[in-house]
Design a protein. Structure first.
Length: 346
């Protein structure tokens, strides 16, 4: 009987030890499975830790040059492989709208602001000294109060200008050479610092040439056609700088120039597609692309805006629209065949 009890106790003890061992093994397996599950989840979602960004893009008005700059900016950012959401807002040529857009971007805590025009950049800088701002389609960043100097970008702002330093000089020389003795009509919005700087530069270059100027100022695009009409009979050539207000209503100036056989010189190649005759200009898609490259450097932490000097456009050349030359009664000069790149109208 004692032997039977002894055998029973031995069997019970062995069973108990087996259960404990199994439980320990299952716990260990459970921990290992749990750890493996975490790793599997991470492998299944390799992009989960990839940083995403929001860029607020503010543009003063819709016209081909600014649109091309935005397209170049967006393309450069996307080609860098960043995970970015773009929020494009158009101020419809209203400074109050530009200010509201900038305020909303700050409230939304965007990661970077792309300011496409001088008024857009000014509005953004007025409401934030923390969010990085990259601008383009700005003619005079120093005169507009955006930066202290080309090599002195702000703590949160830098960008690419839309005017080559020799563009106005070359344009005035072109008019003086091929339209000697002409009176040149200028139409611009005196409320745009971007435009005032260019007009002052035009006047400075005209001094000492055979040319003279006549000015008309506008406040809205609705006033542009009337301003152009009042120049008829007074001027021999019209020169439309890169003024956002006037360029947005360029069709009305083209109509007057074509009807009255007045050569229409413009400030950038996209205005040639609308009917301008000639320009020493730059490619807005290219300056937008460079601004996008700057944005990538800032977003990835490679640089800060303070590390990136403000830049001029890399290239500039003479562009001509042959069709516009015919429409405006311009006698063709064979020299232009060698000097110019030709642009087809839209």
């Amino acid at each position: 009987m004692k032997k039977n009890w002894l055998a029973f106790l031995i069997i019970a003890l062995i069973s108990l030890l087996s259960l404990v061992a199994c439980g320990t093994s299952e716990d260990a397996e459970g921990e290992q499975t749990s750890g493996s599950g975490d790793g599997t989840d991470q492998d299944a979602n390799p992009g989960e830790d990839k940083q995403s960004f929001t860029i607020g893009a503010t543009q003063i008005v819709e016209h081909p040059s600014l649109d091309a700059a935005y397209d170049g900016f967006k393309q450069a950012v996307e080609e860098a492989g960043l995970d970015v959401e773009f929020d494009l807002q158009n101020a419809q040529n209203d400074q109050n709208n530009a200010s509201l857009i900038a305020q909303n971007f700050v409230a939304d805590n965007v990661d970077l602001i792309f300011a496409n025009s001088t008024p857009s950049a000014q509005s953004a800088l007025q409401v934030t000294q923390d969010i990085p701002i990259i601008f383009t389609s700005v003619t005079d960043a120093v005169g507009a109060g955006l930066v202290d100097g080309m090599d002195q970008p702000g703590e949160n702002i830098t960008g690419v200008l839309d005017l080559h330093p020799d563009a106005i000089k070359n344009t005035v020389n072109f008019i003086d050479t091929y339209f000697e003795g002409s009176k040149v009509g200028l139409i611009y919005n005196s409320g745009e610092q971007n435009s005032v700087s260019q007009i002052e530069a035009v006047k400075a270059e005209v001094e000492g040439t055979s040319l003279s100027v006549a000015e008309r100022t506008v406040s809205t695009s609705a006033e542009v056609q009337q301003a152009a009409t009042t120049l008829v009979g007074e001027v021999d050539v019209m020169y439309i700088i890169t003024d956002n207000t006037v360029v947005s209503a360029l069709d009305s100036v083209v109509g007057v120039a074509n009807d009255q056989d007045i050569p229409l010189i413009v400030g950038e190649p996209n205005s040639l597609k609308k009917g301008g005759f000639a320009t020493y200009g730059i490619d807005y898609h290219t300056i937008g692309t460079r601004a996008g490259e700057m944005a990538v450097e800032v977003l990835t932490g490679e640089k800060t805006t303070a590390d990136i000097p403000v830049e001029y456009p890399a290239e500039m050349q003479l562009f001509i629209n042959k069709g516009a030359a015919e429409e405006q009664g311009i006698e063709w000069n064979e020299e232009w065949d060698e000097k110019a790149q030709f642009v087809e109208p839209e």
